[in-house]
Design a protein around this ligand. Structure first.
Ligand code: BDR
Ligand code: CA
Length: 322
């Protein structure tokens, strides 16, 4: 059982990742911390609470940093909708976030559980960077960080070279990679292949449960965005792949590299990934995901979300053109 703090900015794919993680018995979610990213932190916190409610589980949610460390904040409401979950404008969640600040929660948990906790970071890295800046000695006792962000050999999604989570708060990303904590980077290199196609989305639709309805509804806007933006049919669900790597590491291939982040200029937010040991005397700080098995991912993901419909899902997945 892996003990995890999830740091998120829901976000359509973050919401799916929360459901996936909470419904996976291999993971024990100690708390969910929220950061401004796809939408500002107040709305992102409501969306995190909504996803927790939809899962039927009980996990505490902690509100974190409202703004990036240095740069002005840029949301992604063009991608996720003004409410961050596809403009469905659901009624507010029944539950409330905790009073403790996300950064304090992270530091406190790591202090109490040295070398035990994995941080699964699916948004801009502001909360983590802040925790590292406030108490680097404690934060060195994080077991490891698995994050969705960056792009090693693929292009960016906010600039030719920058992925959104690093582009929003490049200074925070730089702090995290320089922290000495071991990182696994699940970047666009692999997540761009995780396309929730109309075929897969329709399998979910046909299950006709409240959860399948929610997944179907929140991904509609995301599908429209992908068509407008890049003529992809379906939507790329980045964040759940990072969850999957914790449950079934063999779904991805990784290579070690030294990763640093550009914070200025035309390449702002770029993850500079050195596989060849040219910088930093051949030392590495990151396991970079370089290949993925999308079919195996969707099997795991959909089976975990809808365990009572495994047989139908499998038939539907086998009929997909992979
Ligand atoms: C990342 O940016 C966000 O829009 C998604 O939630 C994901 O974490 C992809 O670049
Ligand atoms: Ca995210």
């Amino acid at each position: 059982m892996e003990r995890i703090i999830m740091d998120v900015d829901p976000g359509i794919d973050d919401s799916l990742a929360i459901l996936f993680a909470l419904q996976s018995p291999e993971l024990q979610i100690e708390g969910i911390t929220v950061v401004s990213g796809n939408v500002e932190v107040e709305q992102a916190t409501r969306n995190a609470l909504k996803a927790v409610e939809m899962s039927g589980k009980k996990v505490r949610v902690y509100k974190g940093m409202p703004l990036p460390l240095v740069r002005p904040y840029q949301d992604a409401t063009d991608t996720h909708g003004v409410d961050g979950i596809g403009e469905n404008f659901y009624p507010p969640p029944k539950t409330e976030p905790e009073k403790v600040h996300a950064v304090d929660f992270i530091i406190e948990q790591v202090k109490e559980n040295p070398d035990e906790l994995t941080i699964l970071a699916l948004g801009p890295l502001t909360n983590l960077a802040k925790a590292i800046e406030e108490d680097s000695e404690t934060m060195r006792k994080v077991k490891r960080i698995v994050l969705m962000g960056g792009s090693a050999t693929y292009h960016g999604n906010c600039s030719p070279v920058a992925e959104y989570n690093f582009w929003v708060d490049p200074h925070a990303a730089k702090v995290v990679f320089a922290s000495g904590i071991e990182v696994t980077m699940v970047g666009l290199d692999v997540t761009h292949r995780i396309v929730f196609t109309p075929h897969l989305r329709e399998i979910v639709h046909q299950l006709r449960t409240p959860l399948s309805q929610y997944v179907y509804e929140i991904t509609r806007f995301y599908v429209d965005f992908h068509w407008k933006q890049e003529k992809t049919i379906g939507c790329v669900i980045n964040d759940p792949l990072a969850v999957a790597t914790l449950i079934q590491p063999e779904l991805v291939k990784t290579r070690t590299a030294f990763v640093d982040i550009e914070t200025e200029g035309v390449a702002m937010g770029q993850s500079v990934v050195d596989f060849e040991g040219r910088r930093n005397q051949g030392k590495w700080n990151t396991h970079v995901c370089v290949d993925v098995d999308p079919k195996a991912f969707f099997q795991l993901f959909l089976h975990r979300l809808f365990p009572e419909h495994q047989e139908q899902i499998q038939i539907g997945i086998d009929k997909h053109h992979w």
